[in-house]
Design a protein around this ligand. Structure first.
Ligand code: GDD
Ligand code: MG
Length: 337
C-alpha cells in the first residue's frame, strides 16, 4: 500500500529550529520524527511513501540515502508554491490508483492503522479520518459523527465554545483515489476547510475512526518538548536513546534528551530539555524546559529557561539569559512568540 506524507508546511511555531531543519526531521528521542512515522507506517504494510514537500526539500533528500528508509521506498513531490493540504495530496498522489493513506507530517501516534483500514473497507467509505479526543479542540479540526462513525460536520479550528465535540481530526486519513477527482489541480486547496466539509454533504462517504491511544502533534514548542519526554517515559515504541553515547556529560542532566557529540560542562544543569547534536552547555550554565538546536552553544553561566528555543549554531554569550525566548541563527530574524 502507498502513503502520502504532508511535510510541506513551514512549521512556523517551531521557529527558529525550523528555519534550518524541517519540522518532520526534528529529532524526537534522538530519532528523526519522520523515521518514527515511516517505521510505524511500514509496520502496517506501507511499502511506498510520497513525501509531499514545499518548504526546505533538500534536507529530506540528504537525510534518506538512496531514497529509501529500511524497506520503504520514498518518492518526492516538491511544490513550486504551497498547494495546501488537499492540493498537496492531489499533486503527490498523481498516479496512485488504489486506496491510500495520508498523514500530516507532525503527528506521533500508536494508532492501529490496520484496524482503521479494515473499518474503512467495511463501510465502503470514500474517506476515513482518524479521530482522537483532546481537552481543548479549538486548535484542531473538530469532527462530530453519528454512532456508526459517519461524519456529520468538519469544523476547522472553531472557537472553543462552538466545538460540538472533543474528538478531533488526528491527521491520518484513508482515501479512495476518487477523492482526488474532487480536488482541483495545482491550486492551493485545504482538505480541512474545503474538501472534507464538502464531502459531509453527501451521505455515507466520510467516516471517522475513534481511537483512544497515544497521539501528539509535535508542532508547538511545548509539544515538541513533551514528545521527547514521552519517549523518555517509554510511551512510544521504537528504540530511542535518551543520551547519545558520544555525549560528554560533566554537569547534571535530568529528564532530558542529549544528542551525539554534545558537551555539558562541569557545574552546568540541564533539566527537561533537548540538546540536539553537537550543542554545548558551558560551565555553570542552566538549560531548563528548552531546546538547543544543532551546534548551538550556551556559554559559561548562560541561563536558558521557560520553553526557549535556540536555533542551530547560535552562540549565547557568557552569563546571558533567555527566558521563553526564540533565538534565531544569524541571517534569520528572531520572531517574537
Ligand atoms: N505539501 C504540503 N503543502 N504540506 C503542507 C502544506 C502545503 O501547502 N501546508 C501544511 N502542510 C503540512 C504540514 O507540514 C503538516 O505536516 C500538515 O500539513 C498539517 O499542517 P499543520 O500546519 O501542522 O496544521 P495544524 O496542526 O494546525 O492542523 C492540522 O492538524 C491537526 C492535527 O494535528 C489539521 O489537519 C487539523 O484539522 C488537525 O486537527
Ligand atoms: Mg500540526
Amino acid at each position: 500500500m502507498k502513503a502520502v506524507l504532508l511535510v510541506g508546511g513551514e512549521g512556523t511555531r517551531l521557529r527558529p529550529l525550523t528555519y534550518t531543519t524541517p519540522k518532520a526531521l526534528l529529532p524526537i528521542g534522538n530519532v528523526a520524527f519522520l523515521e518514527r512515522q515511516l517505521a510505524w507506517l511500514a509496520s502496517h504494510g506501507i511499502e511506498e511513501v510520497v513525501l509531499s514537500m514545499g518548504y526546505l526539500p533538500e534536507p529530506f533528500r540528504a537525510h534518506f540515502k538512496d531514497d529509501r528508509f529500511d524497506n520503504v521506498k520514498l518518492r518526492y513531490a516538491v511544490e513550486e508554491s504551497p498547494l495546501g493540504t488537499a492540493g498537496g495530496i492531489r499533486f503527490a498522489a498523481a498516479g496512485i490508483k488504489e486506496r491510500f493513506v495520508v498523514c500530516n507530517g507532525d503527528v506521533l501516534t500508536t494508532l492501529d492503522l490496520s484496524a482503521m483500514i479494515k473499518f474503512h473497507d467495511a463501510r465502503k467509505a470514500k474517506a476515513s479520518i482518524y479521530l482522537c479526543e483532546v481537552d481543548d479542540p479549538s486548535a484542531f479540526g473538530v469532527v462530530p459523527t453519528r454512532e456508526d462513525g459517519e461524519v456529520v460536520g468538519f469544523i476547522e479550528k472553531p472557537p472553543r465554545e462552538q466545538a460540538p465535540t472533543n474528538w478531533i481530526n488526528a491527521g491520518v486519513y484513508v482515501l479512495e483515489p476518487s477523492v482526488l477527482e474532487g480536488i482541483p489541480d495545482r491550486v492551493n486547496v485545504s482538505i480541512e476547510r474545503e474538501t472534507f466539509p464538502k464531502m459531509v454533504e453527501s451521505r455515507k462517504a466520510l467516516y471517522g475512526f475513534h481511537w483512544p491511544g497515544y497521539w501528539l502533534d509535535i508542532g508547538s514548542p511545548e509539544k515538541y518538548l513533551q514528545a521527547n519526554l514521552d519517549v523518555l517515559n517509554g510511551l512510544l515504541p521504537r528504540e530511542s536513546t535518551a543520551i547519545d553515547p558520544t555525549a560528554q556529560l560533566l554537569g547534571e542532566v535530568v529528564d532530558s534528551v542529549v544528542g551525539p557529540d554534545v558537551i555539558v560542562a562541569e557545574g552546568a544543569v540541564v533539566e527537561r530539555s533537548v540538546l540536539q547534536a553537537g550543542s554545548r552547555v558551558g560551565a555553570g550554565a542552566r538549560v531548563v524546559d528548552s531546546v538547543l538546536g544543532v551546534g548551538a552553544k550556551a556559554h559559561e553561566g548562560a541561563v536558558v529557561v521557560d520553553v526557549s528555543l535556540v536555533g542551530d549554531g547560535v552562540e549565547l554569550p557568557r552569563d546571558s539569559r533567555v527566558v521563553g525566548g526564540r533565538i534565531a541563527p544569524a541571517g534569520y530574524e528572531t520572531q517574537a512568540q
